[in-house]
Design a protein around this ligand. Structure first.
Ligand code: NAD
Length: 274
């Protein structure tokens, strides 16, 4: 699905004009917020993720109309390495070399270790950790050869600290932070940066879906879970917004951020300051 219609919206003359971005897991939540922000700053964007075809077509049309940039979609399943490689190859064929890769697709499952479902462990590691490796592997050689690249991973406060009942998620996000450092070192002399954004709780479908699980494992009501579990570690006591994360992604993708690499950037209302 490709929509390359342009408009005279002046926002296309932004900091990222002429750049080509792929954002995984961008049919909703944080990924969509990042995709919107990159497009508003002028980058062409390939969206990825699951959803109803009609809703995804609507997203593409809205984004193209609002920003004037080329917008397309890949339905690649981030559990499948061959589909990830094809997503990158198709993005390059359609819109040119990928300059900005945002590894954002992620899922969550909340359960005690002794009853943690094995298929959930495998899927969380596949989507949250293995997929970024496969996507980076597909773009990295080209970025290094061209002397410019931005790899932005969506980590989490859980890339830096742990919470109970999130074994797979915390393991995957800590692993992603390790991968970030290696990629940063390997790309440092060729102008390719790699960083991990670490949001606290952002109100998205992923958080909405885990409330029921949290109610079960903590034996609390929905309101108690939001107050005592979700927002308790976040000193600001408010959810982070997708726009706040998107703005940071735009900065990291800009030339001004060329010396920021191999690090985590927290957008967590003070969570890891404790
Ligand atoms: P979300 O559920 O709103 O969005 C997840 C996106 O990933 C969707 O587009 C979905 O279709 C896609 N996706 C899921 N499985 C996929 C697969 N197999 N292949 C391709 N795409 C797939 O979730 P979100 O809250 O926006 O989370 C996005 C990222 O942010 C995740 O990596 C998550 O761990 C991270 N994060 C979220 C929060 C939060 O509070 N919401 C906090 C910190 C980090």
């Amino acid at each position: 699905m490709t929509n390359t219609s342009s408009s005279s919206n002046p926002s296309v003359l932004g900091a990222l004009a002429g750049r080509n971005a792929v954002v995984t897991g961008s049919t909703s939540g944080i990924g969509l917020g990042i995709a919107r922000a990159l497009a508003a700053a002028g980058a062409a964007v390939t969206l990825n993720g699951f959803g109803e075809p009609a809703e995804i077509s609507g997203l593409l049309a809205d984004l193209a109309e609002q920003t004037g940039v080329a917008v397309r979609y890949s339905g690649a399943d981030m559990r499948r390495p061959e589909q990830i490689a094809a997503m990158i190859a198709e993005a390059e064929m359609a819109l040119g070399p990928v300059d900005i890769l945002v590894n954002n697709a992620g899922i969550q499952h909340v359960a005690p270790i002794e009853s943690f479902p094995l298929d959930r462990w495998d899927d969380i590691i596949a989507i949250n950790l293995n997929a970024p490796f496969h996507a980076i592997r597909a773009v990295f050689g080209g970025m290094k050869a061209r002397g410019w690249g931005r790899i932005i991973n969506t980590g989490s406060a859980h890339a830096l600290v742990a919470s109970p009942f999130k074994s797979a998620y915390v393991a995957a996000k800590h692993g992603l932070m390790g991968l970030t450092k290696v990629v940063a070192l390997e790309g440092a002399e060729q102008g390719v940066t790699c960083n991990t954004l670490c949001p606290g709780y952002v109100w998205t479908p992923l958080v909405e879906q885990q409330i029921a699980d949290q109610c079960k494992v903590h034996n609390k009501s929905r309101d108690e879970v939001i107050r005592d579990i979700l927002l308790a570690p976040q000193p600001t006591r408010r959810f982070v917004t997708v726009e706040e994360v998107g703005a940071l992604a735009v900065f990291l993708a800009s030339d001004a951020a060329r010396s920021i690499t191999g690090t985590s950037l927290s957008v967590d209302g003070g969570w890891v300051a404790r």
